[in-house]
Design a protein around this ligand. Structure first.
Ligand code: SF4
Length: 223
């Protein structure tokens, strides 16, 4: 990539950051929770499921069991019954039960504060661990979901083939102090404006601002 292209990409990133912080100042955490443990469980439940749906089932689940000890006592079958409306509920109930046991065995019932320890828990991948590190512990992280992956491509900030590439590219373009807010701001923008196939890159202000010379509608190769 030539130097002037790099500058343009950095300029686009800076504009995205400015615009999104105006649109979504202090973006709220979308998953309801009361502490690190309930956040971890809510994030685990949100895999391939909407935050809205997760927020519908967690009040009853957390009223029944808001700690790892109480979750183990509740048992896997009852966890499954309470989270049944959520996709992949059987696997998720197993993960929640086993994860709660492991928190008691390995971490004195606390949620660990490192990526390695979090990612060693069942049902917890890098994205879930990143959300917990960012939102529970304030550690800079850039969890990349499908909205962020799509928008990074459409705004010309990454041509990565997968979320790992996209995370690496975005971390280079944005200051570390902005990551935790920015990942939420991009998700909010994506949900509001930029769904899978609904746009040709000319509809909303941000793309127009980033690509003022765009004459023709864009056909995206990827959803
Ligand atoms: S113009 Fe279209 S592609 Fe660009 S951000 Fe807006 S909705 Fe998404």
């Amino acid at each position: 990539m030539q130097d002037n292209e790099k500058v343009k990409k950095q300029e686009r990133a800076d504009r995205v950051r400015q615009r999104l912080s105006q649109l979504y100042p202090n973006p709220p955490i979308p998953l309801d929770h009361t502490d690190e443990f309930t956040l971890l469980i809510a994030v685990l439940l949100s895999a391939q499921c909407t935050d809205k749906k997760v927020n519908e089932v967690t009040p009853e689940l957390f009223a029944a069991a808001g700690t790892p000890q109480a979750m183990v006592e509740l048992g896997q079958e009852e966890i499954l019954r309470l989270i049944r409306p959520i996709g992949l509920s059987t696997n998720k109930s197993k993960s929640i039960y086993k994860l709660s046991q492991l928190l008691l065995e390995r971490h004195q019932g606390e949620v660990p504060k490192t990526f390695a320890e979090l990612e060693a828990l069942p049902g917890v991948g890098h994205k879930t661990a990143s959300v917990v590190m960012a939102q529970a512990f304030g550690v800079p992280a850039f969890p990349v979901d499908t909205h962020i992956h799509r928008l990074a491509q459409r705004w010309g900030l990454s041509s990565g083939k997968n979320v790992v590439d996209t995370e690496r590219d975005l971390k280079k373009l944005f200051p570390e102090s902005s990551w935790n807010d920015l990942h939420l701001q991009i998700i909010y923008y994506g949900r509001e404006h930029c769904t899978a196939r609904s746009c040709d890159g000319t509809k909303c202000g941000l793309c127009v601002e980033l690509y003022p010379n765009r004459k023709k509608p864009v056909v995206w190769n990827k959803p």
